[in-house]
Design a protein around this ligand. Structure first.
Ligand SMILES: [Zn+2]
Length: 344
């Protein structure tokens, strides 16, 4: 089969790799219908040291079960399923606490011996716990929105819920990438009273307004902080959803948090230290968030996607074939595209 490999910064190749087969009785093999490129894939795409063998990449996919092992009850060949961005047994003590990224029997897609999601098929470890069956057909127009359940929509939801977003909450979302826009959608879905979106790409912030942002701030850094403060009578907002992962974004987050407020971070950290200074201390600002347990939220978010109450799939602005994966990475890295669907 064909799959995407990353050989180093800027070097994505689609190559022939061995077909996945069942190795453990808890495995399933899934034929991929849709995969996509994640903003977090762009970090290694921008910086990975060149290697001779390349790494399998991709962690968001939706597809049809082709084969199941003997210990995968509830799933059968032909089922349409979505996979969260990490595989997990959904049964251990950590999973029971909603800490699927810490699963004792889980791991990352593309790790040694594990397929990446950007390929024609995937061997799914711990398939019973990992995969969620979808009650629609392979030809459903909902598939792009359902694919967001693998990562960006639950990540935005995690950011909003850990920040305590609800009715009467004022929110600032930092970042107009796919996760930032998903965080806007999640905050609106949870009833946030006011959502200020910080981003400077107008086509993206327009979608953010459609998703529920009430105001947009294009300025960044100190200017952006001052703008949000002036919009909020000098106070800042109760919840700040940091969806970028840079030190500047986190500094901005603390800068716009109201006293007693909460900063939630879900951007992949590209910083070594936290800007938790005397200001954050004085004003009792909490820091929460982390890697989202996507699997923990899929059942909760699925009905609203199926009913069309939310359309998180609107973040996809382009669809390419699997062999065009190198172009997909280039277009997303150059900010020509927001998020790209890959169709094997
Ligand atoms: Zn577990």
């Amino acid at each position: 089969m064909r799959a995407t490999l990353l050989y180093g910064a800027g070097d994505v190749r689609v190559e022939e790799v061995p077909d996945p087969v069942l190795r453990e009785p808890t495995d399933a093999v899934v034929r991929v219908v849709y995969a996509c490129v994640c903003g977090s894939d762009l970090w290694p795409y921008g910086s990975l040291a060149a290697s001779e063998h390349g790494f399998r990449i991709g962690h968001e996919f939706l597809g049809v079960v082709e084969e199941v092992g003997s210990e995968v009850p509830g799933l059968a060949s032909g089922d349409l399923v979505v996979a969260p961005f990490m595989w997990a047994d959904n049964a251990c003590g950590y999973c029971a606490e909603g800490l699927h990224p810490s699963c004792r029997n889980g791991g990352f897609w593309g790790a040694p011996g594990v397929d990446g999601g950007q390929g024609e098929a995937v061997r799914v470890p711990q398939a019973r716990g990992t995969l969620v069956k979808l009650p629609v057909g392979e030809d459903s127009a909902l598939l792009p929105s359902l694919l967001t359940l693998s990562d960006v929509f639950p990540t935005g939801h995690h950011c909003a819920t850990t920040a305590g977003v609800g009715p009467r909450t004022s929110v600032t979302v930092i970042g107009d990438g796919a996760v930032g826009l998903s965080a806007v959608l999640a905050a609106a879905r949870l009833g946030a009273e006011r959502i200020i979106l910080m981003g400077r790409h107008e086509d993206r912030t327009d979608l953010g307004r459609d998703f529920g942002a009430t105001e947009v701030v294009a300025e960044r850094g100190a200017e952006g902080v001052a703008r949000v403060r002036s919009l909020t009578g000098g106070h800042g907002t109760h919840a700040v959803l940091e969806c970028v992962g840079t030190e500047q974004a986190l500094e901005t987050a603390f800068g716009v948090a109201r006293p007693g407020g909460t900063v939630s971070r879900v951007g992949m950290p590209q910083y070594a230290r936290l800007p938790l200074d005397a200001g954050a201390f004085r004003h009792n600002i909490r820091l929460v968030g982390g890697l989202a347990p996507a699997r923990a939220y899929i059942e909760e978010l699925l009905p609203d996607v199926l009913d069309g109450v939310v359309e998180p799939g609107r973040i996809f602005d382009r669809t390419l074939g699997l062999d065009e994966a190198p172009d997909a990475y280039r277009a997303m890295a150059d900010r020509e595209a927001l998020k790209i669907l890959l169709r094997p």
